[in-house]
Design a protein around this ligand. Structure first.
Ligand code: 5SP
Ligand code: FE2
Length: 225
């Protein structure tokens, strides 16, 4: 049994057939639904909001992981939790009062995550790490699917793992952006536990097979890559 999780990002799915994408995640070896909310301000793209999340969550038989790429996300935590998010991740860069927003997520009953853009140092998590369930390391600049993985993220994953260890935090590391069969082993060995994959899954001829292949990767998490 694999110790890591696979979270297909529905951003890359065919939204004319959302039911098929939901069925695929439900019936495959995938572990989570990953849903990307973009506001056209924090990131230069607009995706979908609570209404679509609610529709997806109603059909989801697995954990619903909501990645908020929006300014001032504290205003919307409660409504995303009500829409069916099991986990809510906010960007550190989007929160003036990050600690307060993390508490809001916990009070909503959802698991709490914080995401870091590629340029944001891991040290920004120091004062919230003990309260987190997930840390999402962006391995592309957020806003779009289908971008190229940024290789400088590998040492950052190791730094995140070290921070988690030092603070004795239960947080698991999620990687998001440009993840696929070509780099999954490397990121897992550097400390990632959750692989988010959009185009690698939904762009494939056989998405369920790619999910199984991602699940089957045998990585040794203590290896330094
Ligand atoms: O949060 C984001 C993008 O900002 C992602 O979750 C993407 O949806 C991942 O897509 P791929 O890079 O795997 O195509
Ligand atoms: Fe995402």
């Amino acid at each position: 049994m694999s110790s890591h999780l696979v979270a297909p990002s529905l951003l890359a799915a065919d939204f004319r057939h959302l039911d098929r994408a939901i069925d695929l995640v439900n019936t495959s070896e995938a572990d989570w639904f990953h849903l990307d909310v973009m506001d056209g301000r924090f990131v230069p793209n607009i995706s979908f909001g609570q209404f679509i999340i609610e529709q997806i969550a109603q059909g989801a038989e697995k954990y619903v992981d909501v990645h908020l790429m929006i300014e001032d996300p504290g205003r919307y935590i409660e409504s995303f939790a009500r829409a069916g998010a099991n986990g809510i991740t906010v960007h550190a860069e989007a929160c003036t009062h990050l600690h307060r927003v993390v508490q809001q997520i916990k009070e909503s009953g959802a698991k709490a995550g914080v995401a870091l853009n590629p340029h944001t140092p891991v040290s920004h998590l120091e004062n919230v790490i003990e309260d987190l369930d997930t840390v999402l390391i962006m391995t592309v600049n957020p806003g779009f699917g289908g971008q190229k993985f940024i290789y400088q993220s590998i040492p950052k994953l190791r730094q995140t793992r070290d921070l988690i260890t030092v603070h004795n935090s239960r947080a698991v590391i999620e990687v998001d952006g440009g993840i696929g069969l070509q780099n999954a082993q490397k990121v897992l060995e550097a400390g990632a536990r959750v692989l988010v994959a959009g185009s690698a899954v939904f762009g494939a001829d056989d998405p369920a097979a790619v999910i199984s292949q991602l699940k089957a990767i045998d990585a040794n998490p203590v290896a330094y890559v």
